[in-house]
Design a protein around this ligand. Structure first.
Ligand SMILES: Nc1ncnc2c1ncn2[C@@H]1O[C@H](COP(=O)(O)OP(=O)(O)OP(=O)(O)O)[C@@H](O)[C@H]1O
Ligand SMILES: [Mg+2]
Length: 508
C-alpha cells in the first residue's frame, strides 16, 4: 500500500512514535505543507542530544522556545542560555495574530496562548535575575583555564596549582583566594612549595596571575564565590510543569566566554552527581547551549575531548544537550557525531566559506529522494528547517523539510521589571540573592592549625574565622616546615581530600 501514500505521509511515517514526543511541525514537500504529516522528536530520544543551526534571523531562537515549552509541559525541566534576552517571553502567554493562526493550521497545532514557569538566573550583574556563582575550587582548573584563555602549558600549570591547594585542603572560594595562593607560590617564601609541586615555572605562574587579575578587572570576580549554585536546583517542577531556568546574559560587558564555560560547569556538575539512569521515557533535564561557538572557539584539544566525553556519557544520566549555533561547522566533528537530532534552518551561501559549510552540512544528512538539500537549505523560509532525528527505535528518521510550530508564549523579551519581580518571588532568591564572603584560603589554613592537636575538621566544616589575618601571615605560616608536614598529614588523615572529575570540577 506504500505507493498510495503521499510523499509527506511517507516521510511522517518515519516520525511516528508510541510514547510522547515534542512536536516540531509538519512536512513540507512538493510545494505544499501537509498539516497531518507530523515531524517530532520522541521524548525518550531527547537524551540523544541535538543541534539547532541556521543563519541569523531564520528562527533558531523560536525553535528553542518551542522545544522548551513542550518539554516544560511534559514535566521536563530545562536550562537555557538567554544570550539575547529574547527567550524571557517564555514566562508569559503569547498573543494570537493572523500569522499565528495560519501557522497553527499548517502545523496541526491546537495553539493556545500559554506561559511557563521560568526561573531567571544570571552570572553577576544587575539584570534583576537571581545571581548564581561557582567557587574557584568547584569550577576547577580546566574550565578556569578556558575562561582565562590559557595555553596548554599554562593550563597544566594551573592544574598543578589547584592540586597543591587541594592537597593542602585550601578551599579557593573566590578569585582573591586563588590570587593569594599564586602570589604565595611566586614569592620568595613559597619557592620551596613551588618546587615541591614539580615542573611549575614561576614565569608561567606569573602569566596565570596576570590573566586572573585581568579577569577580575573585567568584573569576572563577581561570578566566583559562595553560595555556590547547586545544580539540583535546576531540576524542579511547578504544577506538573518542568521549570525553565534561563541564564540571562546580564549586560553587554559580560564575558561571553565565561558565560558559556559556566554552562559547561553546570553540565559537568550534573554529570558528576547524577546517578546512572538507563533508558527513560523522558529526560530528567535538557540543556540548551545557545551561541555554542563560544564554547568551542579556541578551545584546547583537551577541553574539546572533555566536552565530547561529557556529552557522550551524560545521556545515560538522562540529560539531553542541544547546541545552537549559526553553522554546524562551528561544532567539532566528534561532538557533532553525538547529536541525534538536527534542526537546520536556512543557511546563506554568499561566500566560498559559506559554500564549503553548506556542502559539509549536506553531507551530514541521510540521503533523501524528496529534496535537493543544497538548494533547499539556502531557500528555507523563516520558521522552517531541514530535520532528521532519531526515531523511538534509535534509527535516523527520513529527512523532512518542516514548517515549524509557533511558540505559545510571548515571542520577544519580557522586560526588566517583570524579570526582577519574578526573581524576587522565587524560592531561590533567599538562597542565592546575596554573596557570602566567608573564608579565604589562608583563613582555612590557620583554622586548621588552631585545631591541630585534635583530628582536623574536614575542609568544608572548618570553623569560621573571626577576623582576617594579614596576607604576610599566610605566607609565613605556609613556609614553616613544621606547618607543612602537619598539613600533609592533616590532608591525608581527614579523608576528605578533594577529588576531581572528568572536567576537573570538584567531586562532592
Ligand atoms: N516557528 C516560528 N513561528 C512563528 N514565527 C517565527 C518562527 N520562527 C521564526 N519566526 C519569526 O522570525 C523571527 C526571527 O526568529 P528568531 O529570533 O528565532 O531568529 P534567530 O535565528 O534566533 O536569529 P538570531 O541569529 O539573530 O538570533 C521571529 O521574531 C518571528 O517573528
Ligand atoms: Mg536568536
Amino acid at each position: 500500500m506504500a505507493d498510495s501514500r503521499t510523499a509527506a505521509q511517507e516521510i511522517a511515517a518515519g516520525y511516528e512514535s508510541v510514547g510522547a514526543a515534542v512536536e516540531l511541525g509538519t512536512v513540507f514537500v512538493d510545494g505544499q505543507v501537509d498539516p497531518s504529516a507530523r515531524v517530532r522528536i520522541p521524548l525518550s530520544m531527547i537524551n540523544r542530544h541535538g543541534l539547532v543551526a541556521g543563519a541569523t534571523g531564520t528562527g533558531k531562537t523560536k525553535t528553542l522556545q518551542n522545544l522548551a515549552e513542550q518539554l516544560s509541559a511534559a514535566g521536563v525541566p530545562v536550562l537555557m542560555a538567554d544570550v539575547k534576552g529574547d527567550l524571557s517571553g517564555l514566562a508569559k502567554a503569547g498573543e494570537s495574530s493572523d500569522r499565528i493562526t495560519a501557522r497553527a493550521a499548517e502545523t496541526g497545532d491546537d495553539w493556545a496562548p500559554t506561559g511557563y514557569p521560568v526561573e531567571f538566573l544570571s552570572l553577576g550583574g544587575d539584570s534583576g535575575a537571581i545571581p548564581i556563582r561557582a567557587t574557584i575550587t568547584g569550577f576547577g582548573p580546566v574550565l578556569l583555564s578556558k575562561v582565562l584563555g590559557l595555553n596548554a602549558t599554562q593550563e597544566s600549570t594551573l592544574g598543578l596549582i589547584f592540586h597543591w591547594a587541594d592537597s593542602q585542603k585550601l578551599a579557593l572560594l573566590d578569585t582573591k583566594d586563588l590570587r593569594s595562593v599564586i602570589q604565595h607560590l611566586t614569592s620568595d617564601e613559597g619557592k620551596a612549595d613551588l618546587k615541591g609541586i614539580g615542573g611549575v615555572s614561576s614565569a608561567t605562574a606569573g602569566v596565570i596571575l596576570r590573566a586572573l587579575v585581568n579577569l577580575e578587572a573585567q568584573g569576572g570576580a563577581d561570578f566566583f564565590g559562595e553560595p555556590e549554585f547547586e545544580p539540583s536546583d535546576l531540576m524542579r517542577e511547578i504544577d506538573g510543569k518542568g521549570v525553565i531556568s534561563l541564564l540571562e546574559l546580564a549586560d553587554q560587558q559580560a564575558n561571553p566566554k565565561l558565560f558559556s564555560t559556566f554552562l559547561m560547569w553546570l553540565l559537568a556538575e550534573l554529570f558528576e552527581h547524577l546517578p546512572e539512569a538507563g533508558d527513560l521515557d523522558k529526560p530528567k533535564l535538557v540543556f540548551f547551549f545557545d551561541e555554542a561557538h563560544l564554547l568551542f572557539d579556541d578551545a584546547s584539544k583537551a577541553f574539546l575531548e572533555r566536552i565530547e566525553q561529557t556529552v557522550k556519557l551524560i545521556r545515560s544520566k538522562g540529560v539531553g544537550v542541544f547546541f545552537c549555533t549559526q553553522l554546524p561547522t562551528d561544532i567539532p566533528n566528534d561532538v557533532l557525531s553525538q547529536l541525534g537530532a538536527r534542526i537546520q534552518h536556512a543557511l546563506r551561501a554568499f561566500t566560498p566559506d559559506d559554500q564549503k559549510a553548506l556542502s559539509r552540512t549536506v553531507k551530514t544528512y541521510p540521503t533523501t529522494p524528496n529534496y535537493k538539500l543544497a538548494e533547499v537549505l539556502t531557500s528555507l523560509g523563516i520558521g522552517e528547517a531541514i530535520v532528521t532525528v532519531l526515531s523511538e527505535r534509535g534509527a535516523p528518521t527520513p529527512v523532512a523539510w518542516a514548517r515549524l510550530r509557533a511558540p505559545r508564549s510571548l515571542m520577544g523579551a519580557l522586560g526588566g521589571d517583570a524579570i526582577t519581580a519574578a526573581a524576587q518571588a522565587s524560592p531561590l532568591h533567599a538562597k542565592y540573592g546575596e554573596t557570602v564572603d566567608r573564608e579565604s584560603a589562608y583563613e582555612k589554613l590557620t583554622a586548621k592549625i588552631e585545631s591541630a592537636p585534635e583530628a582536623p575538621a574536614p575542609a568544608a566544616e572548618a570553623p569560621r574565622r573571626q577576623e582576617k589575618e594579614e596576607p604576610g601571615m599566610f605566607e609565613q605560616i605556609l613556609s614553616n616546615p613544621a606547618v607543612k608536614s602537619f598539613l600533609r598529614s592533616a590532608a591525608s588523615s581527614a579523608g576528605r581530600e578533594i577529588t576531581r572529575g572528568l572536567f576537573g570540577t570538584r567531586r562532592r
